[in-house]
Design a protein around this ligand. Sequence first.
Ligand code: GLU
Length: 556
Amino acid sequence: MHTIQELADLIFPDVKLTVQDLEKRYPPRHLPEGAEVTRFAPSPTGFLHTGSLFTAMVSSKCAWQSKGVFFMRLEDTDQKREIEGSGEDLIEQMKIFGIQPDEGYLGKTQKGDYGPYIQSQRQDIYRICIKDLMLKGRAYPCFCTPADLDALRLTQEANRVIPGYYGEYARCRYLTLDEQYEKIKAGVPYVIRFKSLGNHLNFIKVHDEIRGDLRIPENDQDIVIMKSDGLPTYHFAHVCDDHFMRTTLVTRGEEWIASLAIHIELFAAMGFQAPKYAHLPVIMKLDNGNKRKLSKRKDPEAAVSYFIEQGYPAEGLIKYLMTIANSNFEEWLLANPKVPFTDFVFSFNKMSLDGALFDIGKVQFICKETLAYYPKERISSEAYNWAKRFDSKLTSLIEQDYAKFEKIMDIEREQEKPRKDYEKYADIYPHIRFFYQEEYKKMFAELPALPFNPLISKEDTKAILNDFLTSTDYTLDENAWFESLKALGERHGFASSFKIYKNAKDQYKGHVGDVASIVRVALTTSQQSPNLYQVLHILSQDEIRERVELTLTKLD
Ligand code: GLU
């Protein structure tokens, strides 16, 4: 007759420590009253999903605004799905969005007293906990093969009962200790299952910080807690980890509500106090009128890397995600334009419950607003950093003359109503290339004709450009220069304002706006450009002369 101790020692011969030893190794944290310890616990299975960035943002916010701790844990127990290097990419990408964990897995390093923070390095902890559960009679080895489980499922389907490994269907529960002992000794492969004491006909009440009290059926499934490869399943691992890492608040996707009852029972069986839970809504997308999850296969915006590669300002995307998180954020932002947006106080009761709809148009709007209000130094350096990774053409322009680039970025910036040209850094190159002589020449050569106003004759266009070449005084301030442009126009029969022209169209060939447009087209190849006076002062006088002369050759 074998005892449970003998069985546990046979399975875990090396495990000598107990849960009490772990309690001492990972003592409660000393934090101020109300401080939350939160975590972001991704699996290294590929890429940072926009929904995961949302979760990480909410988790970090809850910790930081309560003067708590936000840590990162890498959940790599599903080693088949692991993608080499993706843990480090996750950290790298979170950093871009200003979400740097205070503690935990940090890519190449780990920091903190509650580690290791990589689940595959925590096997000793899980083994101690599982042995503890076995000794309490709440875990047992299961020798069922995949074929046995398939057969069980078929029987259950045929009998129309709830599928799964539970109650009377949990065959290995009923093996004697001797039978279990002998099988293990004989090398029969096994997993370890939790022994549930629940009944799905009973309901339990679990509080969710966002959803309030949830009434859910009790768990009755004997779930696998240790797989045949010796690693724990997510359900079990997160219970041990969140307990010994002293997590106070678990923020995770709502897909986990379905297994919440399992987690609650596991915490209780281990004698641990369960953390608070907040199950976040999943980010959805409207597709032909139907709501569906953002999909990594169909939607480029499902991957955070998309926003990084396109050069959306990190702050813009985070602000957008905050509008999804809290309905009062936008109003707050408008009321506090001068305050850092990170001062906003997030709350769960302002979070909407139905899947938030991802609106790329709104992301673009917020990013455009964000970039418009960056000081020139910030937009220039962020754009340069971005360009070095993703845009060699922009990089080479910037590196020709950084001061010039900063001047270009400064056009109509830092004023009451700044210009809103860019929603992302990828927009910069096409917008500003005309400022560079070589680029201008390429653009000029590519155009069959410059987009001059067809209602103004070639002769008048030429006369205005020639006059401009000889008469422009670059020392004038903006108002005086505009006056000189009016005078130039008048010399060629153009009214000095649109109003004058409108009232006497037959007396004029056009108005000062048309004159400015001729100069603009000659200097930039386009009808639209930023403030002409500033363009004139960023280009050198030689460049201006060369451009006008080149234009004149096209008008012959
Ligand atoms: N590793 C789990 C996931 O990636 C984490 C869930 C949780 O935060 O507890 O979905």
